[in-house]
Design a protein around this ligand. Structure first.
Ligand code: AMP
Ligand code: FE
Ligand code: FE
Ligand code: ZN
Length: 344
């Protein structure tokens, strides 16, 4: 069992970047990687994507760790949207409960479809083991959160024309400092009996292509990758095939075309793709696996646990120890908390 630095990450000095830009993955195109879903023993389960009350999950960071311990997860990553504010509490709980913790983030970014009037599409980028004090990362997270706040208010104003809902009610359900998101509106819609659960809320009222939707500012995917690398983190594209993917992240057409698109992100420092995720449409997964194999991208699998705010149970999809080892080897921001699983 490998043993990585234990204790409070925030007291550590960030490690030196391996290259001036921290950008080039030390893996060459064509290198084969193990892309099989992990079906190892319970004590080695690795789940690299979860949310807490620091963003749009229902469990506090400590409760996420406790739930992971109960579910038999060995190592879990806390990846709240656009914030690291849950790290300190998660670190304390992980240390107390002997759960491995990978501090992370899910950064909101966007891509533009040049073939369709530069139509924007939201893309989520996981960043593992980033230096949380990196100035540009800190600035970007604050900017996104602030725009998310305004945008949520605008959505509630639109909704208030048709439903008995107010910003004050929605605001009351967002913990101080948490990243505001549509699930916070869903909570009020559920409490008022307007919808039965978050899933139903997203089917129409809160849908991205629905009548009440308002987009929010996010950096481009390219900027997101660069910032996470500069902060010493490992950028992994979250659920790139979610509901079929975006015109830039999907892998519908000839696989060479997809490789060309992903290669641009790889050259900027993208290091992995979250292949095993419930929202990735099954018919495109083999092609994404091929793209990852061609470029030597790390393949991960995760639950995207949001507590009661989403049906995804912890450990629904998991990551191999080999993939986690690569993430650890390529990061230079902060170290994980606690003991890592066998094989890492
Ligand atoms: P926002 O960040 O405000 O754009 O809202 C998107 C978030 O809502 C995602 O990160 C998910 O956590 C959540 N979400 C999206 N679709 C659904 C859904 N169908 N059911 C439950 N939660 C969802
Ligand atoms: Fe979320
Ligand atoms: Fe996401
Ligand atoms: Zn997520």
């Amino acid at each position: 069992m490998a043993f990585w630095t234990e204790g409070a990450f925030y007291s550590l000095t960030p490690l030196q970047c391996p290259t001036p830009m921290c950008s080039k993955a030390p893996v060459l195109p064509g290198r084969s990687v193990n892309t099989a879903p992990y079906d190892g023993v319970m004590s080695e389960l690795i789940d690299l994507h979860t949310h807490s009350t620091a963003s749009d999950g229902s469990d506090s960071p400590g409760e996420v760790i406790a739930a992971a311990a109960k579910a038999g997860i060995h190592t879990v990553a806390l990846t709240d949207h656009d914030t690291v504010s849950g790290w300190a509490e998660a670190t304390e709980a992980a240390t107390a409960l002997d759960v491995g913790l990978i501090p992370g983030i899910e950064l909101s970014t966007q891509v533009f479809d040049e073939d369709n009037g530069f139509e924007p599409h939201s893309v989520h980028l996981l960043g593992y083991l980033i230096d949380p004090t990196h100035p540009q990362l800190v600035e970007e997270m604050a900017k996104i959160r602030s725009h998310r706040d305004n945008r949520l208010q605008m959505m509630v104003e639109k909704l208030a024309k048709d439903f008995p809902i107010s910003w004050l009610e929605v605001r009351a359900g967002i913990p101080d400092g948490a990243t505001p998101g549509r699930p916070h509106i869903a909570e009020v819609l559920i409490a008022k009996g307007i919808v039965k659960d978050t899933t139903e809320a997203f089917q129409h009222i809160l849908a991205g292509d629905g009548p009440y939707h308002v987009p929010h500012y996010a950096p481009t995917l390219e900027t997101g990758i660069r910032i996470i690398r500069e902060a010493g983190g490992v950028p992994v594209l979250a659920h790139p095939l979610s509901r079929g993917g975006t015109p830039l992240t999907d892998v519908r057409g000839p696989v060479e075309e997809a490789v060309t698109r992903y290669q641009r992100w790889w050259e900027l420092g993208l290091m992995g793709v979250e292949l095993h995720h419930r929202e990735n449409v099954p018919e495109q997964r083999p092609a994404l696996e091929e793209v990852a194999g061609t470029l030597g991208l790390i393949v991960t699998g995760s639950s995207d646990y949001h507590g009661s705010k989403k049906p995804n149970p912890l450990g629904e999809h998991t990551t191999t120890p080999e993939a986690l080892r690569e993430i650890l080897e390529r990061s230079s921001g902060v170290r994980p908390i606690g003991a890592m699983p066998a094989g890492v």
